[in-house]
Design a protein around this ligand. Structure first.
Ligand code: ADP
Length: 442
């Protein structure tokens, strides 16, 4: 901006000078034309009126033009140089006020214009000679005008530069500084240190940026925690069955236990638990990468199949399953949607209390299809609710470990429903129950 201002001032100055040059040039021409007529008038009754010529000559001199009036025999009648040396008073006035322009008489670079003077009767009475600087020259008031403009420009430049500096400082303080802080925070993030950034300014965009960075930092921190917990969880999930299997096998090898079918089946059960866990992990990976493949699916039938599959599990917990299903066919990915319904219904039973109940509804409106699974189970705390869709998140770590979940069922379900352009809405209250509503746009 400073460079721009300098360029601006220089351009304005150049334009002004060139405009002033044309103006001065025109003004000199006008003055010569005006005085032409006046000189003619100074010739009265065959005589030259010296006083009038003094007036005209002074006026011309003030405009930077030296005048000489000659008679028809080229004898000087009136000349500014002569008059300047004649009276001190005249000289003084001229010198004091227009000292700069006296010099034009001594100037080498002068132009002389000579014109004949005719009387009213068209008779040649003499000549007038105008002497002036060939180059454009400025008079005192022109220079004063130019100086005034230049002074104003200089003041404007200083004021603008100061304002720019003030604005730059303000911008630096309000924008650049927070951005620098954000940049530093991201460097820490790269190293795995997640910090919270405080911002007390009032620039909306910066506020948004810092809010996003803080959210990002929080999300990364959560991911980091989830990742750490995942390692603990997976190693724990693997270690428990492996230790148990090892104990059983050791006892059989040492001859303490007989390898009965019952014991071998118990070892096989533990083995299958590991296989299920690995399958779940593989499933997550597969679902993430497999493209969606839609077809017409009878949702009522699909839900009834899932409910049927879970009847035995529910019975073990004494959980009652109720259904209220409309006959709806939807254009969805059958395999993927089955995973979702399966997961949500299984959760509703898994996280239910003994003797609880699960209500499953299927209905539609003009634009959407809804699958509503409501349970009277343990509910989810407010702290956990934001994270249940995160990969490997389990609300109550110690409690849910016994429930054999890996914390990826809802992640997969959410991913699938989003792929269908819908959403999963959760309403829950700790110790009272949860309601999962799957909305799929038609
Ligand atoms: P998991 O395999 O652990 O069940 P999910 O992704 O299906 O994993 O669920 C994530 C977590 O959300 C669960 O560990 C559980 O704490 C909580 N949750 C899911 N559904 C319910 C429910 N119906 N009632 C209470 N908590 C639930």
């Amino acid at each position: 901006m400073i460079v721009f201002i300098f360029i601006f001032v220089i351009v304005v100055n150049l334009i002004l000078k060139s405009e002033l040059d044309s103006y001065v040039f025109l003004k000199n021409k006008v003055t010569i034309n005006q005085t032409n007529f006046e000189i003619h008038k100074a010739y009265v009754n065959g005589h030259w009126d010296k006083a009038k010529l003094d007036d005209i000559g002074t006026k011309l001199l003030k405009n930077g033009i030296a005048l000489e009036v000659l008679d028809k025999n080229n004898k000087i009648i009136w000349s500014i140089s002569k008059e300047l040396s004649k009276t001190d008073n005249f000289k003084y006035n001229i010198k004091k006020k227009h000292i700069n322009y006296i010099n034009i008489l001594k100037n080498e670079n002068i132009a002389k214009e000579r014109f004949p003077i005719y009387s009213d009767e068209e008779e040649l009475i003499g000549y007038k000679v105008f002497v002036y600087d060939k180059d454009i020259f400025y008079l005192t008031h022109d220079i004063e005008f130019l100086n005034k403009i230049n002074k104003t420009l200089i003041i404007l430049t200083i004021v603008s530069i100061m304002s720019i500096l003030a604005i730059a400082l303000l911008v630096a303080k309000n924008i650049a500084n927070p951005i620098n802080k954000v940049s530093n925070i991201t460097k820490f993030m790269k190293k795995g240190e997640y910090r919270y950034l405080n911002y007390d300014g009032n620039i909306e965009e910066v506020k948004d940026l810092i809010l996003s960075i803080n959210n990002l930092s929080e999300a990364l921190q959560n991911q980091e925690n989830i990742r750490k917990r995942l390692i603990t969880d997976i190693s724990h999930e693997l270690k428990t069955p492996l230790t148990s299997m090892h104990g059983h096998l050791q006892a059989i090898i040492d001859g303490i236990w007989d390898p009965t079918t019952e014991r071998l089946m118990s070892i096989d059960k533990e083995l299958m638990r590991i296989v299920t866990l690995i399958d779940q992990l593989k499933n997550l990976n597969k679902l993430e990468h497999e493209p969606i493949s839609k077809g017409n699916v009878d949702l009522e039938e699909m839900i009834l199949t899932v409910v049927c599959n879970y009847q035995a599990t529910a019975l073990k917990k004494n959980v009652s399953l109720y259904t209220e299903l409309e006959c709806i066919t939807a254009y969805v990915d059958e395999f993927k949607l089955y995973q979702v319904i399966n997961n949500i219904i299984s959760n509703a039973i898994k996280y239910n209390t003994i003797g609880g109940m699960v209500n499953i509804k299927l209905y539609e409106d003009e634009y959407n299809i809804y699958i509503n699974v409501k349970d009277s189970g343990i509910g989810i705390s407010e702290d956990d609710i934001d994270y249940i869709f995160e990969r490997f998140y389990r609300a109550d770590k110690s409690r849910s470990r016994s429930n054999e979940g890996l914390g990826i069922g809802l992640t997969i379900s959410n991913m699938i429903i989003r792929e269908h352009g819908g959403e999963i809405i959760v309403n829950t209250k700790l110790n009272e129950g949860s309601e999962f509503v799957v909305r799929i746009p038609k």
